[in-house]
Design a protein around this ligand. Structure first.
Ligand code: MRU
Length: 350
């Protein structure tokens, strides 16, 4: 797939493939300012934890370029930039990759305090490009480690979209699937449609179909029947944030899929880069869960589904307890329980 996140250093703009329009239309959204990027994130033109990290880096670049264009004095620069990057980090709360990337940009800035604004722009362009490239490389490693867990003939269930579109490129859960498929393993994928925004039916199906990987979509509420009938051999999903004990936040419905997998004796794997591990978060109970507008549930394509006046819950994520997770496939290898130890080791904290 062509790069869906494109930064142009000449014009200082960011082009994002607008994921709201897929699979019907492939159109790029032009972001000229950090506010444009924040809107694109909040309105889901770009989504998926590692993709938010990559885009967050470039949003910082647009922020500093905007300040440079306004020619503020240096005291204002500090204050304005801190305010802007805090707003970028807070654009969506659950995926840690966004605040992780902004913290990384901030560290580079604070480690080089003497530079002028032009030099900071160069520094940040280099850093954001590094975040983007490193994510693609991490996904390729995740793919290689994860493919070892995949057997010939496996039918793999995945939830939401953890593919190229959800990352800087290649994908985490789908990276595992692409790698196993390229190795000649005769696999098939079942993609849960993922209500309410249908990332599975729209985006996962779009990506896999383009790559020639056999994919069948199902309603999210079909998982139990499929597992009961032996139609699923493994579950692999992505993650938005993994706590220090292995509890994992991912798209709403993932926890249910993990419970069903356990009840049917099916391995349940999470695939995520180390940038999704949050050592500062002791357990999943502490992970902030985004609640999105009710209209995403009560309406479909602008048309009301439910009676006027009826409210809806729209929790965008849930947390799968670590004990339901068979392994966490990272760019540093497959982590196994007890996750407190394996995560700490992977992050170099032991
Ligand atoms: O609300 P979204 O579409 O941003 O949610 C995305 C997911 O839950 C993905 O599974 C997760 O970010 C992992 S992406 C590699």
């Amino acid at each position: 797939m062509k790069d869906h996140i494109q930064y142009d250093p000449v014009s200082g703009t960011l082009r994002l493939l607008d994921q709201r329009l897929l699979p019907g239309r492939e159109e790029f959204l032009l972001c000229r300012t950090d506010a444009d990027v924040i809107r694109a994130i909040q309105e889901m033109a770009v989504r998926g934890a590692p993709a938010l990290g990559a885009v967050g880096g470039f949003a910082c670049v647009l922020a500093v370029r905007e300040i440079a264009a306004a020619a503020s004095d240096s005291t204002d620069l500090e204050r304005e930039l801190e305010t802007k990057i805090a707003a970028i980090a807070a654009a969506r709360p659950t995926a840690v990759n966004l605040s992780w990337a902004v913290a990384r940009m901030r560290r580079v800035w604070r480690d080089n305090p003497d530079r002028d604004i032009g030099a900071l722009i160069n520094l940040w362009e280099t850093e954001s490009e590094a975040i983007r490239r490193e994510d693609i490389a991490a996904n390729r490693r995740i793919g290689a480690f994860g493919a070892e867990l995949v057997d010939f003939g496996d039918v793999i269930l995945t939830h939401c979209n953890a593919g190229a579109l959800a990352t800087a490129g290649f994908g985490t859960a789908l990276g595992v699937i692409y790698t196993a498929f390229k190795q000649g393993k005769d696999i098939k994928v079942i993609a849960g449609e993922t209500r309410p925004l249908l990332q599975g039916a729209r985006l996962t199906a779009y990506e896999l179909h383009r790559e020639g990987v056999p994919v069948t979509i199902v309603c999210d509420n079909a998982y139990a029947l499929l597992m009961r009938r032996g139609m699923v051999h493994k579950v692999v999903t992505g993650a938005d944030r993994i706590a220090a004990n292995g509890d994992t936040a991912n798209k709403i419905g993932t926890y249910g899929a993990a419970l069903l997998a356990r009840a049917h004796g099916i391995p349940f794997y999470i695939a995520a880069p180390l940038s999704t591990l949050d050592a500062a978060m002791p357990t999943g109970d502490d992970i902030p869960i985004e609640q999105r507008p009710e209209a995403e549930v009560t309406h479909l394509n602008g048309a009301r589904l439910s009676p006027e006046g009826v409210s809806a819950y729209n929790f965008a994520f849930d947390v799968t307890p670590a004990e339901l997770i068979s392994g966490i496939i990272t760019d540093a290898g497959v982590l196994r329980p007890p996750y407190g130890e394996s995560i700490s080791l992977a992050l170099g904290n032991i």
